[in-house]
Design a protein around this ligand. Structure first.
Ligand code: ADP
Ligand code: MG
Length: 317
């Protein structure tokens, strides 16, 4: 199949229509209108087959996951997603693969109101690179640098399921939805509504892609603070505890990665606002510790004894 036929058949005209897309797919560049008073949040991520996901992962999951991990970055900034660009490198033009990939991609794109406005196609080892753009009211983006001593530390959802799911994925080619950990790895849910609800409330935020310990540490570095993390407070799903026991579950939550939940800090004075907004959303969050003036990241059990951190998060180099 010709390059333009692939774009026409699988990528053009599938997403939601947005009034702010002046020129989408089809010209040399997309032309997009940023409303007055809004700032643009832009991010890009590559997913390399065999590095970020197993080669035989179902193509619909590859489509969903590639977009979801990018939208998760927008969620962590408190931005509302608007537009995406997709650069696909494919080993061959496989119709069945493209159909499923685009189905997974656009199901999430439509749900999150993200218009695909351009991209690129190339022949080579499977690589999906997506750039996303979101909108946030001027000055209201959630940064990593705003945490202060005394702030409470929260995470959304469950931690560790996706890392455990990834361990099981190579053993079951073709499987996905049945097992909850595998589904969590294949179909992460970007916490966009929670991210937007945290504008004006969270002092700092990040999405958990490399494991809570490594990602929280980014907040600590950017904010010039330390933190005390209560490992017995970590949100561990019944599924995870049943599959690997408490000690291993805590290690996966701290160092496993791929959760795409939000980790954020909130000053004590804003806790009533936090509770009201999250209750309205029905979003589950768990308090897991507090920001300290220094001392790096200390992980402690409920009785105050230190929890030895096995290793920090995934590092490519
Ligand atoms: P150019 O050569 O000017 O870079 P291309 O021939 O690569 O343009 O692409 C033609 C049009 O199709 C452009 O608008 C481009 O953004 C879009 N496009 C290319 N590949 C994709 C893709 N995988 N998904 C969405 N749009 C794409
Ligand atoms: Mg051109």
């Amino acid at each position: 199949m010709h390059e333009f036929e692939i774009i026409q058949q699988y990528f053009s005209g599938h997403g939601p229509q947005r009034d702010d897309v002046v020129m989408g797919i089809g010209d040399d560049a997309a032309i997009l209108s940023v409303p007055p008073g809004m700032q643009l949040a832009a991010s890009v991520d590559s997913l390399v087959a065999g590095v970020h996901f197993p080669e035989h992962m179902p193509p619909a999951a590859v489509g969903h996951r590639s977009l979801a991990v990018n939208l998760s970055d927008l969620a962590a900034m408190g931005a509302q997603p608007a537009w995406a660009l997709l650069a696909l490198t494919l080993p061959q033009a496989d119709d069945a693969w493209l159909l499923e990939f685009s189905r997974g991609f656009f199901a999430l794109a439509r749900r999150c109101q993200v218009a695909l406005v351009g991209g690129n196609l190339a022949l080579g080892p499977l690589n999906i690179t997506i750039a996303v753009h979101g909108l946030v009211p001027g000055g209201q983006a959630l940064l990593r640098s705003g945490a202060r001593p005394g702030d409470h530390i929260y995470v959304s959802g469950w931690l560790g399921d996706a890392a455990r799911g990834l361990q099981e994925l190579p053993a079951v080619p073709g499987a996905a939805a049945g097992d909850s950990g595998i589904a969590r790895f294949c179909y992460p849910e970007p916490r966009l509504q929670a991210g937007m609800a945290l504008r004006g409330i969270a002092s700092a935020a990040i999405d958990v892609s490399d494991g809570l310990a490594a990602d929280l540490d980014h907040i600590l570095q950017a904010s010039g603070t330390g933190a005390r993390l209560q490992v017995d407070a970590l949100p561990l799903s019944p599924w995870l505890l049943e599959h690997c026991g408490r000690e291993q579950a805590v290690n996966l939550a701290l160092t496993g990665g791929d959760d795409y939940e939000l980790c954020f800090t909130v000053p004590a004075a804003r806790l009533p606002q936090l509770n009201a907004r999250l209750q309205a959303l029905g979003a589950a969050v768990t308090r897991v510790g507090e920001i300290t003036a220094g001392g790096g990241l200390q992980c402690v059990r409920a009785d105050g004894t230190p929890w030895p951190l096995a290793a920090t998060g995934y590092q490519h180099f």
